[in-house]
Design a protein around this ligand. Structure first.
Ligand code: ADP
Length: 452
C-alpha cells in the first residue's frame, strides 16, 4: 500500500499531465482549424477584392495595369465567358474543373500539393460576363504538428518532473506535523510516559487541530491515570497502618497469652483496627461501585426524622467524650424514598467530623428539613473550621486538610457523603471559616431517579 504522501504526489502529477496534455491537444487542433479558416477567408477576400476592380468599357473588359493577380499567396485569373484567359494566372497543375460558384473547395494539385479554389461570376452592364478564379495552396500543417508534438512531449516531461518534485516538497512540508503526531503516539505506545505531548505551535490547519485534540486527550488520560495511581497508593497506605498494628498486637497477645488483661487489651486493639479496616474497605467498595455506575440506592420509605434521632443517640457518647453538646433541629415525620443505610452513613460521617473537628465545650447540630421538592440535611459545628485553600478539595478522595489535626480518618468520609448524595440525585455544599466552624448541607431531591 502506497503512503498517502506518494499517492497525493502521483495523483497530483497525473492530473497536471492530463490537464496540460488536454490544453496542448486543444491548442494544436484549434490552430489547425484557425489556419484553415484564415486561408479560406484570405482566398475569398482577395477574389472579391479583385472582382471590384474589373470593369467593362466599350464592350471590352478593362483591367488596370497595376492590378496584381498574385497577392499574399493567392493566385488569381480572369476568364472570359467563352473560357479564354484574360488576365492573371493559376499555377500549372491546379485542376480547373467545373466547380460550384461561390464555394471554397479543396482540390488536389498534380504534385503532392493541395489547393483551395474559389470562383465568382462577374456580370457587367452590357450583359457580358466573366469569371474570376482564385487558388491558394493549402498550408502543410504536418510539419507544424510534428514540431508541436515534439515540443509538447518535452513540455509534458518537464511539467511531470516539476509537478512531482514541487508536489513532493509541498506534501512533505504539510505532512511534517503528522509525522510528529505519529512519532509521539508511537513513543507513548512503546513506553509508559503519558507526559509526552506533540506540542505543535498554534496553527489553523487540520493536522494542527488534530495534534491539539490529541494533546488534550493525552492530558486527560494522564490525569486519569495519575488519579488512579494516587488512589491505589493512598488506599494501600491507609490499609497498611491497621494491618501493621494488628500484626504487632497479635505478637504482643501471643507473648502475653497467660496474662488475661494484656491479651484482652491486645484483642481490643485488634478489633478497633479491624473495624477501621472494615470501614475503609466498605468505603473503597462504595467508591469503586460509584465509579462503575453500579452504586444504586435501594429505596424504601424512610422516616428521616426518626433516623436522625437514632444517629444523634448513637453519637451522643462520642460527643460527650469530647465535651461537645449535640443538638437536633429535626422537623417531625420527614419521609423520603431513599436508601436507609446510605442516608444514615451520610449523617454519621458528617456528625463524626463535626465532633472530631469540634472544640472542647463547643456544639454540633444535625438539622433535617422538608423543603418540598427536596430534603435538606445539614450538620453544623463551631469547631476548628476549614481554610479557604482547603475548602474546594475536602470532597476529594483521601484528601485531608491537615492529617495531624485528627487521627483515625482516612480522608474518605466526605467523598463517601458526596457519592451517596449523588447516587440519590442529590448534591452537597459546605461553608466554613477557619477557627469559627463549618456548615455542611446535603440536598436530596424527592422525585429523582438515581444518577451516578
Ligand atoms: P477525614 O477522614 O480526614 O475526616 P473527610 O473526608 O471526612 O476525611 O474530611 C476531609 C477533610 O475535611 C478532613 O481531613 C478535615 O480536614 C476537613 N473537615 C471535614 N469536616 C470538617 C469539620 N466539620 N470541621 C473542620 N474540618 C473538617
Amino acid at each position: 500500500m502506497l503512503s498517502i504522501r506518494k499517492r497525493i504526489v502521483i495523483w497530483y502529477t497525473v492530473w497536471m499531465v492530463a490537464i496540460v496534455s488536454l490544453i496542448l491537444a486543444a491548442l494544436s487542433s484549434g490552430s489547425g482549424m484557425l489556419v484553415e479558416r484564415r486561408t479560406k477567408a484570405l482566398l475569398t477576400e482577395k477574389v472579391h477584392g479583385r472582382a471590384e476592380e474589373i470593369e467593362v468599357s466599350q464592350g471590352r473588359i478593362s483591367i488596370g495595369e497595376d492590378i496584381s493577380f498574385f497577392e499574399d499567396g493567392v493566385y488569381m485569373a480572369v476568364y472570359s465567358s467563352s473560357g479564354n484567359l484574360i488576365a492573371g494566372r493559376i499555377p500549372h497543375g491546379v485542376p480547373l474543373g467545373d466547380y460550384p460558384e461561390n464555394q471554397v473547395l479543396a482540390v488536389p494539385g498534380d504534385d503532392d500539393s493541395s489547393w483551395y479554389v474559389y470562383w465568382i461570376q462577374l456580370s457587367f452592364a452590357d450583359d457580358s460576363s466573366a469569371r474570376i478564379i482564385g487558388a491558394i495552396r493549402v498550408q502543410d500543417m504536418s510539419i507544424f504538428f510534428s514540431a508541436f508534438a515534439g515540443v509538447s512531449f518535452w513540455l509534458i516531461v518537464v511539467i511531470a518532473a516539476l509537478s512531482s518534485i514541487g508536489g513532493y516538497i509541498i506534501v512533505r512540508r504539510s505532512f511534517r506535523p503528522a509525522e510528529r503526531v505519529i512519532a509521539t503516539a508511537g513513543e507513548i505506545a512503546g513506553g509508559s510516559d503519558l507526559s509526552k505531548r506533540i506540542g505543535l505551535d498554534e496553527g489553523s490547519g487540520e493536522i494542527h487541530q488534530m495534534a491539539a485534540a490529541f494533546d488534550k486527550m493525552l492530558s486527560r488520560l494522564e490525569e486519569a491515570f495519575e488519579r488512579e495511581r494516587q488512589f491505589t497508593d493512598d488506599a494501600s497506605h491507609e490499609l497498611r497502618t491497621p494491618i501493621s498494628v494488628i500484626l504487632a498486637e497479635c505478637g504482643y497477645a501471643r507473648g502475653h497469652i497467660d496474662e488475661k488483661e494484656k491479651a484482652v487489651e491486645a484483642i481490643d486493639a485488634i478489633e478497633a483496627q479491624a473495624g477501621r479496616m472494615s470501614r475503609l474497605v466498605s468505603a473503597l467498595l462504595s467508591i469503586a461501585r460509584s465509579d462503575k455506575g453500579t452504586l444504586v440506592p435501594v429505596r424504601t420509605d424512610v422516616d428521616l426524622s426518626e433516623l436522625g434521632e437514632i444517629v444523634l443517640d448513637t453519637m451522643e457518647d462520642d460527643a460527650r467524650a469530647k465535651g461537645i453538646s449535640l443538638y437536633g433541629d429535626i422537623e417531625p415525620s420527614v419521609h423520603l424514598s431513599c436508601d436507609h443505610d446510605m442516608l444514615m452513613a451520610i449523617m454519621v460521617n458528617l456528625l463524626s467530623n463535626a465532633i472530631g473537628y469540634g472544640r472542647e465545650g463547643g456544639m454540633a447540630r444535625l438539622a433535617i428539613k422538608d423543603m418540598g421538592t427536596e430534603v435538606l440535611i445539614s450538620v453544623s459545628d463551631d469547631g476548628i473550621g476549614i481554610g479557604a485553600k482547603d475548602l474546594p478539595r475536602i470532597w476529594d478522595r483521601f484528601y485531608q486538610a491537615d492529617p495531624s489535626r485528627r487521627g483515625g480518618g482516612a480522608g474518605l468520609g466526605l467523598s463517601i457523603v458526596r457519592i451517596l448524595a449523588e447516587s440519590h440525585g442529590g448534591s452537597v455544599a459546605v461553608e466554613s471559616v477557619l477557627g469559627e466552624g463549618s456548615a455542611f448541607a446535603v440536598h436530596i431531591p424527592r422525585s429523582s431517579s438515581s444518577t451516578k
